[in-house]
Ligand binder design. Structure first.
Ligand code: SF4
Ligand code: SF4
Length: 356
C-alpha cells in the first residue's frame, strides 16, 4: 500500500550470522559427540569435520570489562566465535583441536573456570535477583556465586554419578525453580499492606484476581479504598505483590529459603519428575548463604557416595525411597516435606475449582 511505512523489526536477530562457519556448514548433519575432557565437547559431522566447544562458567551479570576480556580471549586464542548458554556459561567454538589447551590455559590464567559438562555439577541457573527484577526476596546471583565457589571442584571435574542441574528462584511464583536441586524463596508470613498507597497504585480487581486461594477482598480502610487479606487462607505465595507493591511480602526475618530436590525434565531413562520439598525455613542470609550452601553440599555428597553410575538424583531417590534419603542426608523430616501426588489433590490447586 502506498505510504505504508516499513515495519520496524525487533526481537532476536538471526543466530546463523554469528555461528562458527563449521557449525553453519554442518547444520543438521552432526553424527555424534565426544567428551575429550571436562569442559570440552567435540562434535563430529557426517562430512568428517569436527568442532570443539570449550565451556567456562561466568557469574551471568557481567561488567563490560569482563565481557571485553572474555571476547579478547576468544579473538586471540579461539576463532572469534562465542555464545552464552542458558546456564550463563560462555562457550568458545574452535575447529582446530590444537587451540583447545592454550585456550583453556588463557581462561584459567584470567581466573575463569572451565567445566560444567557431562557428569559434573553444571553452572547453577539463576534468575534476576535484586539487580534487574522488581519483586525478588533474595539475590539469585549472590546465592549462585557463593554456592559455586564451594562447588568449584565438582564443576571442573566429572565427579558426579550423572549431571546435576541446580536452579535458584528469587521469588516464590515466577521463574527458575525446577532442577535436580532447587533453591527457592519461601515466604512465611502474609503480605503487610500499606493502606495509604493501595488506592493510588493498585488496580484492585486485578490484585483480587491474582490470589490463587481467593484470600483478598476489597475493603475500605480509614475511608480509603484498599484491600484486606484473610490470613487464615493466605498461603504466603507473594502473587499479590507484583501487581500491588503496597502489599509488601519480602521481609528480612520471614522470607526464607527452601530446598527442593528430584526435578527432572528429561525422559531419557525414566519419566520426567516433579521436585519435592526437603528443607524449609532456611535463613536467607547474604552475602554467603552458608546454611543453604551446607545443605546443598550435604545432599550432593550423599548422592555422590550412594548413587549408581548414571543415576540422576531423582532416579537415585526413586530407588532408595524418601525415608532413606532423609536418613542418609540427615535432614529433619516433617509431614510437610514430601507430598504424594495422590494426596496432592487436596493440598495443591490442581484444578480450576477453588477449595476453602
Ligand atoms: S524469580 Fe521472581 S523475583 Fe526472581 S527474577 Fe524471576 S520473577 Fe523476578
Ligand atoms: S500472598 Fe498469595 S495467598 Fe496470600 S494474599 Fe497474596 S496472593 Fe493471596
Amino acid at each position: 500500500m502506498q505510504g505504508q511505512r516499513t515495519p520496524i523489526e525487533s526481537g532476536c536477530p538471526d543466530g546463523f550470522q554469528y555461528m562458527h562457519p563449521t557449525m553453519r556448514k554442518n547444520y543438521g548433519n552432526w553424527a555424534y559427540h565426544e567428551d575429550p575432557r571436562p569442559g570440552v565437547l567435540k562434535h563430529t559431522s557426517r562430512s568428517g569435520e569436527a568442532i570443539y566447544t570449550v565451556r567456562a562458567g561466568t557469574q551471568r551479570i557481567l561488567d563490560v570489562l569482563t565481557l571485553r576480556k572474555l571476547c579478547d580471549i576468544g579473538d586471540q586464542y579461539a576463532e572469534g566465535y562465542v555464545r552464552f548458554t542458558i546456564r550463563s556459561n560462555i562457550e568458545y567454538m574452535v575447529a582446530d583441536g590444537n587451540k583447545v589447551e592454550p585456550l583453556i590455559e588463557a581462561l584459567e590464567k584470567e581466573g575463569f573456570v572451565v567445566g560444567g559438562t557431562k557428569n559434573s555439577v553444571a553452572m547453577i541457573s539463576h534468575t534476576q535477583g535484586w539487580l534487574h527484577c522488581d519483586i525478588p526476596g533474595t539475590d539469585a546471583s549472590g546465592v549462585v556465586k557463593s554456592m559455586m565457589d564451594e562447588l568449584i571442584e565438582d564443576f571442573k571435574g566429572w565427579n558426579m554419578p550423572n549431571r546435576v542441574h541446580i536452579t535458584t528462584s528469587c521469588c516464590q511464583i515466577n521463574c527458575g525453580g525446577q532442577g535436580d536441586i532447587a533453591i527457592n524463596i519461601q515466604h512465611t508470613k502474609p503480605p503487610k499492606i500499606n493502606h495509604d498507597l493501595v488506592a493510588n497504585i493498585c488496580e484492585r480487581p486485578s490484585v483480587v484476581a491474582r490470589c490463587p486461594v481467593a484470600a483478598i477482598r476489597p475493603a475500605l480502610v480509614n475511608g480509603k479504598p484498599s484491600l484486606e487479606v484473610d490470613e487464615k487462607k493466605c498461603i504466603c505465595c507473594g502473587a499479590c505483590y507484583p501487581p500491588c507493591t503496597p502489599m509488601q511480602i519480602n521481609d528480612p526475618e520471614n522470607t526464607k529459603l527452601a530446598i527442593w530436590v528430584g526435578g527432572n525434565h528429561s525422559n531419557a531413562r525414566s519419566k520426567p519428575t516433579f521436585q519435592k520439598l526437603v528443607a524449609a525455613g532456611i535463613p536467607n542470609n547474604p552475602p554467603r548463604w552458608p546454611e543453604a550452601t551446607a545443605i546443598v553440599k550435604k545432599i550432593l555428597q550423599t548422592y555422590k557416595d550412594n548413587a549408581r553410575d548414571w543415576e540422576r538424583l531423582s532416579d537415585w531417590i526413586e530407588r532408595i525411597g524418601w525415608p532413606q534419603f532423609f536418613e542418609l542426608t540427615e535432614l529433619p523430616f516433617t509431614k510437610f516435606h514430601v507430598d504424594n501426588w495422590r494426596g496432592a489433590r487436596r493440598s495443591l490447586n490442581a484444578s480450576t475449582h477453588i477449595r476453602f
